[in-house]
Design a protein around this ligand. Structure first.
Ligand code: XUL
Ligand code: MN
Length: 343
């Protein structure tokens, strides 16, 4: 059985602050989190550029590279790889109206600077790709930007990243809304189309986050399957989400177990991981979680994934085939229910 390898980012362990209230847990130092991730069995770390280099705006290119080298030493000492580096553009005042699709030239230049620095950091940490979660690339006021112009600008920006480094891959994490009202790149369909329009489609793929697919009203396993069909599922952000509301980042599988099972199944059936892809988590502890349980949602997500992997291993493809031949989908559905409900 191919062994899946897991990855996680430092932001998965956080202090519980939300848009309506302050922190409920104490902050944990980044390096302490990373040490704990290694101990829990994670193989790789996902970084935002400013997780890797805190206060990145204060440093020049050379200083950023030096700091990245120090981080690389720490990761090597724990035998951890870096999966990707993602420019955290949505936090900076320069990108309040988007970065790559901002109408302001200085915001655009700033966003490109962060993308280039993310590539530099990825190279030093040994990561093959950067991830673009296009948080504020969209509109708050629908008439403020042309979606045609914005889509072309996005392709142009990615082309510049591909030209900056001949090997780097660019992985787009689609999300239909939040914090923006209308995103320019909401689903894997958008990502695949943008990829096809770039100067090197083989280096532009997608990150399917379960919650983001659900927020689009789509099935996460089908989104994954769509990207897999084009060999462009570069990573996944597994979590769960109760229908179309604020982005919840619940533990994987806790809201809809059948939907979670089908995500594991589509990854397993299609050799996901054979080319070094990681099973990435993007989960948040509940605000009520006490300090001592700060990592429990991660352990639970991994356990649920592994238990569902064992169920997928047992999936009876002969029975499935028979059900399809006789169009007995009632029997097939009940078979899946029994597989999930019983040992
Ligand atoms: C936001 C989200 C981000 C990205 C990383 O919804 O998923 O945490 O995954 O930039
Ligand atoms: Mn995510």
């Amino acid at each position: 059985m191919a062994k899946f390898q897991f990855s996680v980012g430092p932001w998965n362990v956080h202090s519980g602050a939300d848009a309506y209230g302050p922190a409920t847990r104490s902050e944990i130092d980044r390096d302490e989190k990373i040490r704990k991730f290694a101990e829990m069995g994670f193989s790789a770390i996902q970084f935002h550029d400013d997780d890797a280099i805190p206060n990145i705006n204060q440093y020049n290119e050379e200083q950023i590279k030096e700091k990245a080298k120090e981080l690389r030493k720490y990761l090597d000492s724990l035998n951890l790889k870096t999966e990707f580096v993602a420019p955290r553009l949505w936090m900076d005042p320069h990108t309040k109206d988007g970065g790559f699709t901002s109408p302001y030239e200085e915001d655009y230049e700033y966003a490109m600077w962060r993308a280039y620095r993310s590539i530099d950091i990825a190279n030093i940490l040994g990561a093959p790709m950067i991830v673009l979660w296009l948080a504020r690339e969209g509109t708050l006021c629908a008439e403020s930007k042309s979606p045609v112009w914005a889509t072309n600008r996005l392709v142009e920006s990615i082309n510049k990243m591909l030209s900056y480094d001949p090997k780097i891959k660019v992985c787009i994490e689609s999300k239909p809304n939040e914090p923006i009202d209308r995103s320019f790149c909401g689903t894997m369909g958008h990502v695949m189309a943008v990829s096809a329009a770039t100067i090197d489609p083989s280096r532009v793929g997608g990150n399917v986050e379960s919650a983001h697919a659900i927020l689009s009203g789509l099935d996460p396993a089908n989104e994954m399957g769509f990207a897999l069909a084009f060999h462009k599922l570069f990573t996944v952000h597994l979590n769960d989400q109760n229908s179309i509301r604020y982005d919840q980042d619940k533990s994987f599988g806790v809201e809809n177990l059948r939907q979670a099972f089908n995500q594991v199944k589509v990854l397993k059936e299609n050799g996901y991981g054979n080319n070094g892809e990681y099973v990435g988590l993007d989960v948040k502890a509940m605000r009520t979680t006490p300090d001592e349980n700060s990592y429990e949602h991660l352990a639970n997500s991994m356990k649920i994934f592994k238990d569902l992997e064992a169920k997928a291993e047992r999936f009876d493809y002969d029975f499935q085939k028979k059900c399809v031949e006789t169009r007995n989908y009632e029997a097939l559905e009940m078979y899946v229910m029994n597989l999930l409900m019983h040992d």
